[in-house]
Design a protein around this ligand. Structure first.
Ligand SMILES: *[C@@H]1O[C@H](CO)[C@@H](O)[C@H](O)[C@H]1NC(C)=O
Ligand SMILES: *[C@@H]1O[C@H](CO)[C@@H](O)[C@H](O)[C@H]1NC(C)=O
Ligand SMILES: *[C@@H]1O[C@H](CO)[C@@H](O)[C@H](O)[C@H]1NC(C)=O
Ligand SMILES: *[C@@H]1O[C@H](CO)[C@@H](O)[C@H](O)[C@H]1NC(C)=O
Ligand SMILES: *[C@@H]1O[C@H](CO)[C@@H](O)[C@H](O)[C@H]1NC(C)=O
Ligand SMILES: *[C@@H]1O[C@H](CO)[C@@H](O)[C@H](O)[C@H]1NC(C)=O
Ligand SMILES: *[C@@H]1O[C@H](CO)[C@@H](O)[C@H](O)[C@H]1NC(C)=O
Ligand SMILES: *[C@@H]1O[C@H](CO)[C@@H](O)[C@H](O)[C@H]1NC(C)=O
Ligand SMILES: *[C@@H]1O[C@H](CO)[C@@H](O)[C@H](O)[C@H]1NC(C)=O
Ligand SMILES: *[C@@H]1O[C@H](CO)[C@@H](O)[C@H](O)[C@H]1NC(C)=O
Length: 877
């Protein structure tokens, strides 16, 4: 690459001129002299100066070119005498001196600590240095001394440590880009005074450098009054002067403060930057109103104020910004009304984003004819309805339409479907409105890629034809009915909570499904065998709460990318767990309330290491709980209740580390309901980060002792071992369940004293120890004092002391017959008591629980199912 800075005649052009001249020509002597001079320069330029070549070779030696395919790197061509011909090197033709070095994006890796300083500094004529996108993390930031340097790009070089001060000597600089030029944590910057040595700077980019310690970043920057572009993205800035009489950035065209935390109002001087074309304050922390003076920024083409918390109304003076193309005002706290007055002169507007401004409304006449043609419209969460905005009819080039939660009622206009048929790649989200009516029988003629109409009042059949472009269709929470049509192209389909019925065998046509959510419908028939064959890319499969029957298809064993599997509450049989051997990505498995059988395989601990949630409740799983289950280090919710499991609780149970560590957060790839049976009732959480960890092994035929290790599960919120045949004592270690809120050990054969340590469980709000063989004095004090319902302890004839009526001072003998009555269900009166006590216990627990919900934030996000489930749970036994 050659760059010519000053045009000079070359010797060949001069020579040809001379040869055609008369000897008497008076121009001959000066031209001859000129030829001699240019010939001398030409000789110098034939190769570069030896010293500069050596400097470049020294620089090259600082990189590791051998490994990592380095042979193909352009730098490996740095060979031979004429360094001016090397890639990335540019010389001035006349002098042969290196003037530019451009290694942009060569992905070189420097090995030396002083790779630049020690060698390159010999290139004293350098005007342009671009090392962007090479890894200098082993080197310190260089002390450059190129006094003629005008252009310096060291972005994404990640120098490790060093100081920026020496840049002050590069007084010719016009352009400086230091985006992520330093590795985080390796440096400290406490001033930007070096900027005052660079009076000609027009472009300054310090994005990604932590300037939090710079006490006054502003003064040095505003001293640069030729500045045209200023980028300070992610600089950790927290201050900016609000009013300053000295700001003279009259040439500034770009101001970018994206992602800082400047917690002030928008500064006054901003509105004096009348040359601004791009103003980016995306997520920079500003608050307060936007001044009407924004109308003075008449050159503005892009205005990005999204994700601050700006309030007040949107100034009507934006109508003066006639060059505006992009307007991103979403995710603020704007209120008031935007009307035609705001927009009627914005003829160039393409991107209009006002979403997530809850108190904002849009009022435009029905017959208003907008002067613009929008590409993206974001009015989600802004009051637009009740009528569908008629002015959108003229907008035929829309690629993205966000009108979710915008108060729209009634049927969708027919023209909408035609408007989304002209451009390509169109995404439409109209969810969370009160849209009624039916969808067209075919949407094949549209160019939709994403269609979201969830949570509306739509009904009727699903469209039978979809365009091949459509990848994602979400029609959750409507009243669609009828059958599932064959839709071959979708990769995400969500139809949760509708009234759809019939078989889902039409899914055999789909080959690219990744997400399939059909829960809460009335689908019937078998889960088609083809599912595991045709959609091997499935990650999320949710068929819960339908009427599926038959055997689980063996083909689900091919769904090795599955992360969520939800089949609960159907009538499916078979041995599903054995099929999941190779589905190693699974983190959520809910097979509850089916007719599933088979054992819990021992390899579960090794093969499903990502499992967070395993719910097998109310099936007919049998055999022992494998010891290896405890290898599931991420498991936070384990519900094996109401099966035919036998044998002992594995002694290893205390090793499940997610139940032992204090963090109880669940993040699933796709949001799914999480069901936890706790405090005597079913609770439903929607992907809540503050869910309680839970272990439920109730209603099986487990025998033996409660393992000591159980006390290691310090972050368990709910433990239910009731309705088994557990014997022995309640382990003293139970006091280790520091976060336990619900503990149910009722209806076992536990004996011995209630350990004192139980009274130290400060979060305990639901306790049930009834129907056991416990004896001795009930511990008192601390939390146990608040649990004073005697039904907690009922049918433990040897227990004494408050809250049970029997006093510990009188010794009572209990006969064999009495104790054998604890074989519940044998005795009618016993059963009645059992019901009454459970209800009492529930009422008690419920009110305590309500109190907890009321006062405890983490529970407020939870919501519960109806009472029917609850009573179902109580009377099921
Ligand atoms: C400089 O020299 C190179 C190589 O001879 C040539 O391609 C280029 O055009 C020259 N530049 C100017 C401006 O003459
Ligand atoms: C920069 O200039 C100052 C003063 O002229 C000088 O002391 C210093 O050594 C120079 N730094 C470099 C890196 O050349
Ligand atoms: C900021 O100051 C703190 C405390 O003096 C120091 O530890 C840290 O390295 C500095 N960070 C930067 C980026 O200057
Ligand atoms: C921002 O600055 C604060 C306070 O100086 C510091 O604690 C924090 O680590 C910085 N954050 C980043 C991302 O540099
Ligand atoms: C602002 O800077 C520009 C360009 O350097 C200069 O022409 C103008 O006079 C300055 N204005 C003031 C008020 O300092
Ligand atoms: C904002 O910057 C911080 C670092 O300062 C980074 O961790 C975060 O991801 C950025 N946020 C966005 C939305 O880019
Ligand atoms: C902004 O411009 C107005 C009018 O030109 C002037 O009165 C005011 O002093 C300027 N403000 C700043 C901070 O420069
Ligand atoms: C739009 O521009 C015209 C012509 O410049 C002007 O007369 C009119 O007042 C402007 N409308 C608004 C709402 O600013
Ligand atoms: C899992 O993969 C192994 C090895 O490919 C294979 O032998 C086994 O049958 C697979 N298991 C299931 C359930 O498909
Ligand atoms: C109960 O009886 C035993 C033996 O008869 C006696 O040692 C004990 O003190 C009595 N307990 C109470 C509380 O009276």
């Amino acid at each position: 690459m050659y760059i010519k800075y000053w045009p000079l005649p070359t010797h060949t052009t001069l020579l040809s001129a001379l040869l055609t001249m008369q000897p008497s020509n008076p121009l001959l002597p000066p031209l001859l002299l000129c030829l001699l001079v240019t010939l001398r320069h030409a000789t110098a330029a034939d190769g570069c100066l030896a010293a500069e070549r050596e400097a470049l070779l020294g620089f090259k030696a600082g990189f590791n070119l051998a490994g990592d395919g380095g042979g193909s790197n352009p730098m490996s061509l740095w060979q031979g005498q004429d360094c001016c011909g090397w890639p990335g090197v540019a010389c001035r033709n006349a002098t042969g001196r290196v003037v530019a070095l451009d290694l942009h994006g060569w992905e070189l890796q420097a090995t030396g600590r002083r790779t630049i300083s020690s060698s390159l500094l010999a290139l004293t004529q350098l005007r342009r240095l671009d090392l962007a996108g090479n890894d200098f993390s082993s080197s310190r930031f260089p002390e450059l001394s190129f006094r003629k340097l005008r252009y310096l790009d060291l972005s994404f070089t990640a120098f490790s440590g060093g100081r920026l001060d020496p840049l002050a000597n590069l007084s010719s600089l016009h352009y400086v880009d230091l985006t992520e030029a330093l590795s985080p944590g390796s440096y400290r910057i406490d001033h930007l005074r070096w900027l005052s040595g660079l009076p000609d700077l027009t472009h300054l980019d310090l994005s990604g450098l932590d300037l939090a310690n710079v006490s006054d970043w502003f003064s040095p920057v505003i001293s640069l009054n030729r500045l045209e572009a200023l980028y300070l993205e992610e600089c950790n800035l927290s201050t900016i002067p609000i009013s300053s009489a000295t700001v003279n950035l009259s040439s500034l065209v770009v101001l970018d403060l994206y992602n800082n935390s400047i917690a002030t109002v928008l500064p006054d001087w901003l509105w004096n930057l009348t040359s601004l074309v791009h103003l980016n304050l995306f997520q920079s922390g500003f608050a307060g109103p936007v001044s009407e003076a924004i109308g003075d920024l008449t050159s503005l083409e892009s205005l990005d104020l999204r994700y601050n918390s700006l309030n007040g109304s949107i100034p009507s003076s934006i109508s003066k910004l006639t060059g505006m193309v992009e307007m991103f005002l979403h995710a603020n706290d704007f209120g008031g009304v935007v009307s035609e007055a705001h927009f009627s002169n914005l003829t160039n507007l393409e991107y209009l984003w006002l979403s997530w401004n809850d108190r904002l409304s849009v009022s435009l006449r029905r017959n208003w004819e907008p002067p613009f043609q929008l590409t993206e419209v974001g009015l989600g969460g802004v009051l637009v309805g009740p009528q569908f905005p008629a002015w959108l009819k003229s907008q035929t080039g829309i690629r993205r339409l966000d009108l979710w939660g915008s108060g729209i009622e009634g049927a969708l206009p027919e023209w909408l479907w035609h408007n989304v048929s002209s451009a390509v790649n169109i995404s439409v989200d109209l969810s969370g409105n009160r849209i009624t009516g039916k969808l067209p029988p075919s949407l094949e003629f549209t160019k939709l890629t994403e269609l979201t109409l969830g949570s509306n009042l739509l009904e009727g059949p699903l469209p039978t034809e979809l365009p091949a472009s459509l990848g994602s269709l979400s029609l959750d929470n409507n009243s669609f009915s009828g059958h599932l049509p064959p839709w071959p192209y979708l990769n995400a389909l969500s139809l949760e909570n509708n009234k759809l019925e019939g078989s889902i065998s039409s899914l055999c046509q789909s080959t690219s499904l990744q997400l399939l959510v059909l829960s809460n419908n009335k689908f019937t028939g078998e889960i088609p065998h083809c599912l595991g064959e045709s959609s091997r890319g499935l990650q999320s499969l949710n068929l819960g709460n339908n009427g599926f029957s038959g055997t689980i298809p063996s083909s689900i064993r091919f769904l090795t990318g599955l992360t969520d599997l939800e089949l609960s509450n159907n009538g499916v049989s078979g041995e599903p767990l054995l099929l999941l051997e190779n589905c190693t990505m699974l983190s959520y498995v809910d097979l509850a309330e089916n007719r599933f059988t088979g054992i819990i395989p021992h390899w579960i601990g090794d093969n499903l290491p990502a499992l967070i949630y395993l719910r097998l409740r109310s099936n007919m799983f049998s055999g022992q709980i494998p010891t290896e289950l405890a290898k599931l280090q991420s498991l936070q919710i384990l519900d094996l209740a109401s099966n035919n499991l036998s044998g002992a609780i594995p002694a290893t149970i205390g090793n499940i580390s997610a139940m032992a560590s204090s963090q109880a957060t669940i993040f699933l790839l796709h949001p799914i309901d999480l069901h936890v049976y706790s405090k005597g009732q079913d609770m439903y959480y929607r992907q809540s980060p503050d869910l309680v960890n839970s272990l439920d092994l109730s209603s099986n035929s487990l025998v033996g002792d409660i393992p000591e290790g159980i006390g290691d599960l310090a972050s368990l919120g709910s433990l239910n071992l009731s309705r088994n045949r557990l014997t022995g004592k309640i382990p003293q270690s139970i006091g280790g369940l520091a976060l336990i809120e619900s503990l149910d050990l009722s209806m076992n054969l536990l004996s011995g004293n209630i350990p004192e340590s139980l009274s130290s469980l400060t979060f305990l709000s639901y306790l049930n120890l009834s129907y056991n063989n416990l004896s001795g004095e009930i511990p008192s004090g601390h939390q146990l004092q608040t649990l004073e319902d005697p039904s907690i302890y009922m049918n433990n004839p040897y227990l004494c002391g408050p809250p049970v009526s029997k006093s510990c001072s009188s010794n009572v003998t209990v006969t064999e017959t009495e104790s054998s009555e604890k074989e519940y269900g044998k005795n009618n009166s016993d059963l009645v008591w059992q019901c009454i006590s459970t209800i009492l216990g529930f009422v008690m627990g419920f009110w305590i629980f309500c109190g907890v919900i009321f006062f405890k934030d983490r529970w407020r996000h939870a919501y519960f199912s109806g009472m029917d489930k609850l009573f179902d749970g109580i009377f099921r036994q």
